[in-house]
Design a protein around this ligand. Structure first.
Ligand code: ZN
Ligand code: ZN
Length: 326
């Protein structure tokens, strides 16, 4: 099969004729229909995430058809999605508590295991998700990482229907999240830098849009921050009502600045981080995305153009997501 393969310490992918994977027990073999390109793929290819394999096929937003390993629920030919969390141990204290997103020994698709920049891929049968017919391949693939994590952020922030919700930063993930908020009849206040991001927020129907220095005109019930910046977290915190929650949708922050506890956190305000996702998050989000018709903007790249797809994400050269179609 054709695949785009990383050979560390290289920082480019080689398009190769690779041996098709064989599914082991409990795994499915997928014919890849499309694979979204995530910023995390860039971090892997650039070596910012340490290499753990001598060769690797990246890609963790896979839409594929089941070829082998079918189950009663997912017969041969079922179209399914695969995300970043490719498996958990099921035995650590977090898994036993039902918090599998915090598992001590997770595996990550396209990092610990080969991913979807290929014609075929294997995945754990219990970590593939049914995709509603309403989502075609190109529009489903970009939802499978940023979309699910954005949805989890809303859960972590405790968003209730009708809430006034702030989004701090407005890139790909936030633009998927706003559709979910609108389906919950929430009012959405967007603070973001970059005129293009503000324009995007306006076109998505935000109630209010301002720059990173503007404060939303109301006290927010919930806020989600998307920028890897502690200053943004403090801005979000200073916009909350008493009892409000900030959920941080970022793996790294530059630093956490000192802030005034009495004025900003007291009053039972909370700051929470968002880590990975559970299978329930994925299933619930994908079903909802089909129902409300989330259609992220996507640009198609052929598998031969995998390096160009990564470059497009690196350079912010395309509007919306990049999707590789083998
Ligand atoms: Zn676990
Ligand atoms: Zn991702």
């Amino acid at each position: 099969m054709k695949a785009a393969v990383l050979h560390p310490p290289d920082h480019t992918l080689r398009i190769e004729d690779a041996v098709p994977p064989t599914p082991g027990p409990g795994q499915v073999l997928l014919k890849v229909r499309a694979c979204g390109v995530c910023r995390t793929d860039l971090h892997i290819v650039d070596g910012e995430l340490p290499a753990i394999r001598s060769s690797l096929i990246p890609g963790h937003q896979i839409v594929g058809d089941i070829l082998e390993g079918a189950t009663a629920e997912m017969p041969v030919g079922s179209r399914v999605g695969v995300s970043w969390v490719g498996g958990v141990d099921g035995t650590c204290p977090y898994c036993e508590l039902g918090a599998e997103n915090l598992c001590d020994a997770p595996t990550f698709t396209g990092y610990n295991t080969d991913g979807g920049y290929a014609e075929c891929a294997v995945a754990r049968a219990d970590f593939v998700f049914p995709l509603p017919d309403a989502l075609d391949d190109l529009h489903a693939a970009p939802l499978l990482c940023a979309g699910i994590i954005g949805f989890r952020s809303l859960r972590v922030a405790g968003v209730e229907p009708g809430d006034q919700v702030g989004l701090f930063g407005f890139g790909a993930s936030a633009s998927l999240t706003i559709s979910v908020l609108q389906s919950l009849k929430c009012k959405v206040y967007v603070s973001t830098r970059g005129a293009s991001h503000r324009k995007l927020a306006e076109s998505c129907g935000a109630t209010w849009v301002g720059s990173e220095h503007d404060k939303p005109p109301v006290a927010l019930d919930r806020a989600i921050t998307f920028a890897p910046s502690g200053d943004v977290v403090v801005s979000a915190l200073s916009s909350l009502r008493k009892g409000g929650v900030v959920a941080i949708n970022a793996i790294h922050l530059d630093r956490m600045p000192q802030f005034d506890y009495d004025r900003l956190l007291w009053g039972e305000r909370q700051i929470r981080s968002v880590a990975n996702m559970t299978r329930a998050d994925a299933r619930d989000f994908l079903a909802l995305a089909g129902k409300i018709g989330i259609r992220p903007k996507a640009t198609v790249f052929k598998l031969d153009q995998a390096n160009e797809a990564l470059a497009a994400i690196r350079n912010d050269a395309i509007d919306g997501a990049a999707v590789i179609v083998p």
